[in-house]
Design a binder for this molecule. Structure first.
Ligand SMILES: [Zn+2]
Length: 448
């Protein structure tokens, strides 16, 4: 979905000509008295809203159904523990009062007012607002000894990135080695894992939906159709709209923003799953532009959180964050991530990755689980597990990608292992089975 038309500093709002007239009149002095009504009509200039790339002006009435559903204590805890990177970073746009939170509607225009979100008090109001996803306790009871522990669950699997001929628009591909070496393409690797997961999770009873079945993008936009949007975005951010910057912005708008938002529409409007799995492979940076092997290899999982002051200043981002808080998605995400990280570690035996607290932060005592604000885990409005196992430019990962999706086991560095895609999928599947078996209510024997 494209955002409604807003004025950028490169476009003149309709009253700009009036302003020129007004300035001329002021300058001529004596004429001003003759036209007092014109001077009084000039509206103040309105800055365009500060939004994320391809974001929409938020509709704050989306928070109305959540009025009075969360106590002050819980709201403050979630905001400060997981969502705001530092508590004070939220202060300019979210004011917590005794009985309500005031949320700035347009961060660069305080006159636009604050949304008034009342906290739950002792009154017998319902304590939750709408959401489309179900927690394990809301899924139908699991019959004792069931071999289908995921029965009744809807799971969206999102293979990160794109592939095939589109891979050139996506920076997640590289070639390291001689002419007969396979190029590493993240968007094709994630699709392989997604297809294994669909087969296995379906056998275990889940309804599984892939956000894409092929290497093609989901979005209908293309780099060429996003040129105007890119130019406007660069100008709104106060950057110099050089051809190179517009080109790189349009590229990122296509391969990242537009693509993930299209998948978000699919997830939120059609699939409406109980859980979304965002599949990725990690990579270590290669300064200088030429891919190189890096150590160590590692694994981590992400939950949504760690919003910076600038991110919370984006009006649409702020609304999306508040919706995640009011839907209490954190509890589900952190418990799932904890369980699944353990089974994925058991399969991969990879050490943990660590963030320095800038783009990602720790929100639990699990070294493998981090909070980070990414477009997908923000706009998919359900619990999202975002996977980042294996560094693609680690020598061993690279060698395993070259081996492909072989059957059975092969010796890798002295250890017999499954192919990398099956190992990834098995780690995820084992975690989901363990989590839902532990958290779902069971039908007592003889009750059926
Ligand atoms: Zn990725």
């Amino acid at each position: 979905m494209r955002k409604p038309k807003t004025f950028t500093s490169r476009e003149s709002p309709p009253h700009a000509n009036l302003r020129v007239v007004f300035a001329l009149l002021t300058w001529s002095g004596s004429l001003l008295a003759a036209l007092p009504s014109l001077a009084a009509e000039e509206p103040p200039p309105t800055p365009p809203p500060f939004l994320a790339r391809l974001g929409s002006v938020p509709d704050w009435s989306r928070l109305d159904p959540y009025q009075g559903t969360m106590t002050r204590e819980e709201f403050v805890h979630l905001l400060r523990h997981c969502y705001a990177r530092k508590p004070e970073e939220a202060d300019p746009v979210i004011r917590v009062e005794d009985d309500r939170a005031l949320i700035l509607k347009q961060s660069n225009l305080p006159e636009a007012g604050w949304y008034d979100l009342r906290f739950k008090t002792g009154s017998p109001l319902p304590d939750r607002g709408p959401d489309y996803w179900k927690s394990p306790l809301e899924v139908a009871d699991l019959p004792a000894n069931s071999t289908r522990p995921l029965e009744g669950l809807r799971i969206a699997v999102d293979p990160g990135h794109i592939g095939g001929k589109w891979v050139t628009w996506d920076d997640r591909h590289f070639k390291l080695g001689g002419a007969d070496t396979l190029e590493v393409r993240e968007g094709e690797m994630t699709l392989q894992v997604a297809k294994i997961l669909r087969r296995d999770l379906t056998l275990l009873g889940a309804e599984v939906f892939l956000t894409r079945e092929t290497n093609d993008p989901v979005t209908k936009e293309r780099v060429e159709t996003l040129q105007d949007e890119a130019r406007a975005y660069v100008a709104r951010r106060g950057q110099i709209p050089s051809p190179a910057l517009i080109a790189s912005t349009a590229k990122a708008m296509f391969a990242i923003s537009s693509e993930i938002r299209a998948r978000g529409d699919l997830i939120n409007d059609s699939i409406r799953p109980d859980l979304a799995l965002c599949l990725h492979f990690d990579a270590s940076p290669w300064p200088g532009g030429r891919p190189v092997f890096r150590s160590p290899n590692h694994l981590h999982l992400l939950v949504n959180g760690c919003y910076s002051a600038t991110e919370m200043a984006e009006d649409d981002t702020r609304l999306e964050m508040i919706l995640r808080i009011l839907q209490r998605i954190y509890y589900e995400e952190i418990d799932l991530a904890d369980t699944v990280s353990r089974t994925l570690w058991k399969e991969t035996r990879l050490p943990s990755f660590a963030y320095d607290g800038t783009s990602g932060m720790s929100v639990s005592d699990n070294d493998y689980v981090w909070a980070r604000n990414l477009l997908a885990n923000r706009v998919f409005l359900c619990p999202v597990l975002f996977f980042e196992p294996f560094c693609m430019n680690h020598q061993e990962t690279h060698a395993r990608v070259q081996e492909g999706a072989y059957r059975g086991l092969r010796e890798i560095n002295g250890v017999y292992r499954k192919n990398i895609y099956q190992e990834y999928a098995d780690g995820v599947t084992a975690g989901l089975v363990r989590y839902y078996r532990e958290h779902r209510r069971r039908t007592a024997p003889g009750e059926r």
